[in-house]
Each structure stands twice: as structure tokens, then as C-alpha cells.
Write a protein that binds this ligand. Structure first.
Ligand SMILES: C[S@@+](CC[C@H](N)C(=O)[O-])C[C@H]1O[C@@H](n2cnc3c(N)ncnc32)[C@H](O)[C@@H]1O
Length: 251
């Protein structure tokens, strides 16, 4: 944190038409040591709810994308002692922290986390039973949300599950404040996209089967559990071009 480069972190307000991965990596690398506090105050209830709503996962092949500092990843390993749990994050510091803490807490587990960009998953088609994704889509540009969701369906087995947490809608004051924060530092906050996601999931062959909204320290989280119902666009479409999506006005 000694040479905090505000020109990289700061950007004028816009609706994040493109993923700004370089800035996102840069900023999350720098906050990785303190990020567990944010999880403790704002995300842990949603993580618990996601696990409860997903149901039993022991014995599964599980992938968590965008692990952050690894709190959810450790929960997944704990619930999946007979299976294998993989994790990835764009930020090398976040991924390294996730891997280190997982090794400490679950030394015998079959678990591994490394630095990977979610837009290009290095896994074969139909590799996983469950894919977990918390508070990531807010940080991706419109095209990349769709690309990422297609990657999810590609690596999911038939009947596989995507369990997801998004930042939910709240009071107009909260939504406005979020927009201001996201406009000031989009690489860290992104913008609220939860209203668009169920339709986007459907468009790539994922059907929402359960949904909950939980609040923690005034912060709303929308938990979605979706099941793969078809292979949209054909497997192996990972390098294809995807049409732009229009996110709701104000998102
Ligand atoms: C808001 S944090 C959420 C962390 C964690 N999932 C949680 O629930 O607390 C977003 C995380 O997404 C990661 N991320 C952002 N863009 C990514 C990308 N393109 N590929 C993989 N990870 C990404 C960031 O590095 C950061 O750790």
C-alpha cells in the first residue's frame, strides 16, 4: 500500500461498458490482506446462506471463481471433504492467500486455488458439478458477463448447479451511494447488475431454481441457485464472439 496509485484506481463514472481487469487486479492485489474484514462484516451471512441453499455437496467437483481472500472457499472445502474443490481469482495475491489459508485449515483436502481470469476458464467441458460465484459479475463489462456465464455452462456437467451471490437492490439511498462509489472506483465496486442476471442466466441455459435476499450490516445480497438445463450455443464456444447485452438503465 506504500505507493498507492490513485490514477490506476480512480476512473470517471460510467456504466462499466468494458471489463477493466488490469485495474481490478491491481486494486484487489493491494487490499488482499485486509479483505477478510469486508467478508466478515458484509458477506459471511450470504456465504452461509448460499451453502445452505445449495444443499449437500460432499463428493462433488466444485469450482469457486473469484475467491477473494478465500472465506467461502474454506467453507466449500469443509463441506466437500470427499470431493475436490478448485478456486481461482484474477488477483495473484488473493489467490495465493486463498491457497495458503486453505492449506492451513484443511491440510488433507483435495483443494487448489490459483490466479486465473474467469473469462477464459482453463478446464475441460463438463468438469464440475457445482460452480460458485460471489460478488463478481458487478466487476465485469456487459459482454464479459455473458462470456463468463457461457464459460460456466461449458465447464458444468449436465444438471450441474451455479450458486451465485450478487449485490442486491436496497433503498434508493443505498443504490445511489453504490452508484457514486462505483463511479469513483469502478475497479473495486463495479455496479449493481442483479436485476439483469436471471434473464442472462436463462439465455445461456441456466434456470434459477431458488432465490433469497439476505442483509448484513445494511448490505443486501441476492443469493441465486441455478441449474443447467441445456448447453447454450454448443460446447466449445468459449472463443466465440458474443453479442453485446444491454444492462438495465442505471445499472
Ligand atoms: C468483491 S470481491 C468478492 C470476493 C469473494 N468472492 C467474496 O465473496 O468475498 C471480487 C473478486 O473478484 C475478483 N475478480 C475480478 N475480476 C475477475 C476476473 N476477471 N477473473 C477472476 N476473478 C476476478 C477480484 O480479484 C476479487 O477478489
Amino acid at each position: 500500500m506504500s505507493e498507492f496509485n490513485w490514477t490506476l484506481a480512480y476512473r470517471q463514472a460510467d456504466s462499466l461498458p468494458n471489463t477493466i481487469a488490469e485495474r481490478t487486479r491491481w486494486i484487489y492485489d493491494r487490499v488482499s490482506a485486509v479483505y477478510p474484514l469486508s467478508t466478515m462484516f458484509f458477506h459471511s451471512r450470504a456465504h452461509r446462506t448460499l451453502l445452505a441453499e445449495t444443499g449437500a455437496i460432499d463428493g462433488m467437483q466444485v469450482l469457486e471463481v473469484a475467491t477473494g481472500s478465500g472465506e467461502m472457499f474454506r467453507r466449500l472445502i469443509g463441506a466437500n471433504s470427499r470431493g475436490a474443490t478448485f478456486g481461482l481469482d484474477l488477483s495473484p495475491n488473493m489467490a495465493a492467500r486463498t491457497q495458503r489459508e486453505a492449506r492451513k485449515k484443511h491440510p488433507q483436502s483435495r483443494a487448489h486455488c490459483q490466479a486465473v481470469d474467469v473469462r477464459n476458464l482453463p478446464f475441460r467441458n463438463r468438469s464440475f458439478d457445482l460452480l460458485v460465484c460471489c460478488y463478481l459479475l458487478e466487476l465485469l463489462g456487459a459482454d464479459d458477463i455473458r462470456l463468463t456465464l457461457r464459460e460456466f455452462t461449458r465447464v458444468l456437467r449436465d444438471d450441474g448447479t451455479v450458486s451465485m451471490v450478487l449485490i442486491g437492490q436496497n433503498s434508493p439511498f443505498f443504490n445511489r451511494l453504490y452508484k457514486i462509489c462505483g463511479g469513483a472506483v469502478p475497479a473495486f465496486w463495479g455496479r449493481q447488475v442483479d436485476r439483469d442476471v436471471p434473464d442472462l442466466l436463462r439465455s445461456v441455459g441456466l434456470e434459477v431454481v431458488r432465490e433469497r435476499v439476505v442483509r448484513q450490516t445494511g448490505y443486501p445480497s441476492r443469493v441465486l441457485i441455478a441449474r443447467k438445463v441445456r448447453d447454450e450455443g454448443g460446447l466449445g464456444s468459449r472463443n466465440g464472439r458474443h453479442p453485446a447485452i444491454a444492462l438495465a438503465p442505471g445499472s
